[in-house]
Design a protein around this ligand. Structure first.
Ligand SMILES: O=C[C@H](O)COP(=O)(O)O
Length: 258
């Protein structure tokens, strides 16, 4: 089966309790089982729950095409890294993704470009698709955002390129000023930046899917009309009905543009 034309990813961050996470995932699994666009592989769905919920989430999504992964991953293979979770353990639990470099981790945990590049390489080495979060801090011109993202992307993929690692990377373009906001960045801004990001060069064997995150919700995917490969959702996917609506919109958009 070919790759989905539109990807919808959801990070649950630390919003839900354990039981709330399982309830939400059961609703999403049910949605995935009955939605033709998900079942036919036209729209892809992935979920990033908190670490302790991963084994239960794996069971819930077992008979669905929904992918799941960690909200972070350790840069080291294994050893004396208290509190960290290795790429190999994520893989062992059935994860196929690892989120890396989210603005909140850069802000609260001072993650830097060296750690991020090491995490990307470690993920690819273990067959995990990095969900690499990049975006400018302040609102400016699209050209400035593209230049900054280009530099951050090159730094993040540097180790992987040098090691000849191959695989897919979700490039989650998240302007930091639009995360946790009442609404996403303006449509024209997102379209201009994402169109530029899709043209960026990557090391041989690494392909990018550009998805937009930052207060994304119902209505946005159709307004971006094919300039992005998908959305990276947070709060506005907490209501499963809203997520169902976004899947419907993605499916309708594919019918329009094909
Ligand atoms: O991980 C998801 C993004 O940071 C977006 O979160 P948000 O939609 O709640 O702003």
């Amino acid at each position: 089966m070919s790759q989905p034309a539109i990807w919808l990813g959801v990070s649950l961050k630390m919003y839900f309790s354990y039981q709330q996470t399982l309830t939400w995932c059961r609703d999403v699994a049910e949605l995935a089982r009955r939605h033709p666009a998900i079942q036919q592989g036209e729209v892809g769905l992935f979920v990033l729950p908190a670490y302790p919920a991963i084994p239960a989430v794996a069971e819930i999504f077992a008979d669905t095409p929904v992918r799941f992964g960690g909200q972070d991953v350790c840069q080291a293979e294994n050893g004396a890294w208290t509190g960290e979770v290795s790429a190999s353990m994520l893989q062992e639990l059935g994860c196929s993704l690892a989120e890396i470099g989210h603005a909140e981790r850069r802000r609260h945990f001072h993650e830097d470009k060296t750690q991020i590049a090491a995490k990307v390489a470690m993920s690819l080495r273990h067959g995990l698709t990095p969900v690499l979060c990049i975006g400018e801090e302040q609102e400016g011109e699209p050209a400035q955002a593209i230049a900054l993202c280009q530099q951050q992307l090159a730094e993040a993929l540097d180790n992987a390129g040098q090691q000849g690692l191959q695989g897919s990377v979700f490039f989650a373009y998240e302007p930091q000023w639009a995360i946790g906001a009442p609404q996403p960045a303006p449509d024209s801004y997102i379209r201009a930046v994402c169109a530029g990001l899709r043209d960026l060069q990557t090391p041989d064997g690494i392909d990018l899917q550009v998805i937009y995150g930052g207060s994304a919700g119902p209505g946005l995917i159709q307004r971006l009309a094919g300039d992005v490969d998908g959305l990276f959702l947070g709060r506005f996917a907490h209501d499963p009905k809203a997520l169902a609506q976004i899947i419907d919109e993605a499916s309708a958009l594919l019918k329009e543009i094909r």
